[in-house]
Ligand binder design. Sequence first.
Ligand SMILES: *[C@@H]1O[C@H](CO)[C@@H](O)[C@H](O)[C@H]1NC(C)=O
Ligand SMILES: *[C@@H]1O[C@H](CO)[C@@H](O)[C@H](O)[C@H]1NC(C)=O
Ligand SMILES: *[C@@H]1O[C@H](CO)[C@@H](O)[C@H](O)[C@H]1NC(C)=O
Ligand SMILES: *[C@@H]1O[C@H](CO)[C@@H](O)[C@H](O)[C@H]1NC(C)=O
Length: 345
Amino acid sequence: MGNRKSKGGAEKMTLSLWIFGLLLISLPGAHGFNLNSFPENFVVAKKDHQATLTCDVKSDESIKWKFNNESLDDDEANGRSLTVSEVEEALVGEYSCWRGGEQLSSVYLLLDTEGDVSDSPLTCRAQSYHCNFSCKWTSEHKVVRLGLGHNCSVDEKSCHWVKPNLPLEGGFQFELYHSLSPYAEESTMLTVTAEAIDEDYSFLRLTERFYLREIIQPDSPTIVNCQKVGHHLNVTIEPPSSWSTPYSFFNLEHQIEYVHRDDGAIESTSSTLIPWKISSLRVRSRDALVLSEWSQWTPWKNVHAGKKKLCKCKNTVKYCCPQLSPEDLLHCKKKKKKNKKLRTN
Ligand SMILES: *[C@@H]1O[C@H](CO)[C@@H](O)[C@H](O)[C@H]1NC(C)=O
Ligand SMILES: *[C@@H]1O[C@H](CO)[C@@H](O)[C@H](O)[C@H]1NC(C)=O
Ligand SMILES: *[C@@H]1O[C@H](CO)[C@@H](O)[C@H](O)[C@H]1NC(C)=O
Ligand SMILES: *[C@@H]1O[C@H](CO)[C@@H](O)[C@H](O)[C@H]1NC(C)=O
């Protein structure tokens, strides 16, 4: 016991020498951040706490350690395990152990910043009740990974970590898979754990719990048709193709927003019968049962009802409601040809 104590004392001394050495050799800004994915081995420690780093090798024989590629020429830094007795900013980064010219393994020492985040950078969204959903991480962190399930929140070895699948402006995007049945009453919450490392080797870990139904946000629906019925327009809307089927079970409700032709006033309704004297409309949807988040609006569509040709001949399918009739389309084609002829002549 006494022996161990004195060893601890010696390490403390070692540590202060390191700080001194580092300040001399590697400032300013020489702590090159070199991670582009999550490191296999890392140790997270709180500031001023002790951390022990281990070289992944059987024997203690002639091991030398490097810190951020700088040799630690210290008598204490030659065993299989290395103790940093007071972790601080200047001491976090990559530690590698060497024998001769061969690197045996490497481990990152990271500074714990748990609890420093008030606004969670993690947001998740599901387009449907299918088995996958996506999460966005929006913060400055350099590498991030997510894990789904209890095992990840308690940091079990069996946690299956997921890498981001898309680099995102100012963050990362992930796709996660769950095994909940879309038809059953949802009684278990999803648990998503995130781990992130910043370029100063600070480490953040946070866990969020939610029901799948709480993160549902459908994609935009499709405006299929507009049909004049008396003084109204009957708008036919189809759920997005990514939405769960059968639609009779996974009921969506729609909202239509439209612009009056005469005064440009904007109105919205949940009815699919709207006034026909309008110039354009757009639609959005949400899960009618759980009153989910609304989808994004569809793009505005011009409405051509009545005699006025409000729909231009180009982009008729995308921007017109109803789509032009075959005769109208033929007319457009002819017009196009004529214009072409006029131009070439
Ligand atoms: C250490 O050197 C290797 C090889 O030159 C390099 O890939 C790595 O980024 C360096 N690590 C640090 C922390 O600078
Ligand atoms: C779920 O998977 C489908 C099919 O692979 C894909 O099109 C969709 O974008 C995924 N959804 C999310 C939210 O990642
Ligand atoms: C979680 O960990 C336990 C114990 O390590 C294991 O038995 C179980 O299969 C793991 N669950 C998942 C979903 O990986
Ligand atoms: C509106 O259109 C839908 C689908 O085309 C149709 O089933 C419905 O009867 C129409 N409603 C009216 C009032 O015409």
